[in-house]
Design a protein around this ligand. Structure first.
Ligand SMILES: O=C(O)CCC(=O)C(=O)O
Ligand SMILES: [Fe+2]
Length: 299
């Protein structure tokens, strides 16, 4: 009886917390577009840092930081330095058990695709089609991700939160998580880019300041969905890129950046990277096998 009451109370607390976060996203939404400007992000960082100085313990405690880690140890300062200088730190690693648990969660939970109403399991997709029929499926967002215990431990990981805190300049006040399948496709690139926007070069605008930790949950090589980014572009974007859409034409990208700045990120299941996603980046749709990625956004 007591245990059930505690569980109920915990669920209620969780719901309150989620609602509170949701409320803040909505209030912020109209201002969110300003997060593309580095000066706005810096200003917000200073403001949030000052605000948290009054009661740092409050901001720290509500993150419910996990002392159990599903990651191999990382040099926090080195990681922060790399993110600041190049926009990315490569070489985070999830422990094998964590990868297995996330994979099994993704296999046993239904997925949805933005702009479509149907639900499906990843195993229902064959050759990029639902049950081998006409309906093409490019990606699957795994549902119930908030209920995956191992992902919950990872988002609250002491090391990841410390990296995020140092990059942002304050304790993150909102953490979101996504577990996403990208399904292998034989469509040509132009079609893919129409159907799956993140396969176009773009930069993310997710709140007034933000950083992301991403982990491959399947092996990713050149043909199975590498993540491509332009190093240092988080610190340098031409005005027209900032003022227009966050999605960029490839020709414009190469007009402004040198091809040597392109970094193709691949790695085995468990490999991860910490990124400032205001850099120009995209994913290359897999050709040979489906790809699963866990993304955690700290803002
Ligand atoms: O899956 C990836 O590698 C990147 C996805 C992305 O850029 C996005 O969802 O904004
Ligand atoms: Fe993105």
């Amino acid at each position: 009886m007591t245990v059930t009451l505690i569980q109920l109370q915990e669920q209620k607390n969780q719901l309150n917390k989620n609602n509170d976060f949701a409320k803040r996203i909505n209030q912020r939404k109209r201002w969110q577009a300003l997060g593309r400007f580095k000066t706005v992000r810096r200003g917000y960082s200073i403001y949030q840092n000052q605000l948290q100085q009054f009661n740092p313990q409050f901001y720290q405690e509500r993150l419910n930081i996990s002392r159990i880690s599903a990651l191999l140890p990382v040099q926090v300062n080195q990681c922060v330095d790399n993110v600041r200088k190049t926009g990315v730190h490569l070489g985070l690693n999830l422990k094998e058990d964590a990868v297995k648990a996330i994979r099994s969660f993704a296999d046993s939970n239904l997925c949805t695709e933005p702009k479509h109403n149907d639900c499906f399991f990843a195993s229902d997709i064959r050759n990029g089609r639902l049950n081998g029929k006409d309906r093409r499926v490019m990606r699957g967002l795994v549902s119930n991700i908030d209920k995956c215990p191992i992902v919950d431990t990872i988002v609250r990981d002491a090391m990841l939160i410390e990296i995020a805190r140092k990059c942002l300049g304050y304790y993150p006040t909102l953490i979101t998580r996504h577990l996403t399948w990208s399904f292998a496709s034989d469509l040509d690139e132009i079609e893919i880019q129409k159907l799956y926007p993140p396969t176009n070069f773009h930069y993310d605008v997710a709140g007034l300041n933000f950083v992301t930790a991403s982990f491959f949950i399947t092996d990713v090589d050149e043909n199975t969905g590498p993540h491509i980014m332009i190093e240092k572009s988080h610190n340098r974007k031409p005005l027209q890129m900032l003022l227009r859409s966050n999605i960029q034409k490839e020709a414009d990208v190469w007009r402004y950046y040198d091809r040597s700045q392109q970094l193709k990120i691949t790695g085995n299941a468990g490999f991860g990277f910490f990124q400032d996603p205001s850099c120009i980046h995209r994913l290359e749709l897999p050709r040979n096998g489906n790809r699963l990625i866990l993304q955690i956004r700290y803002s």
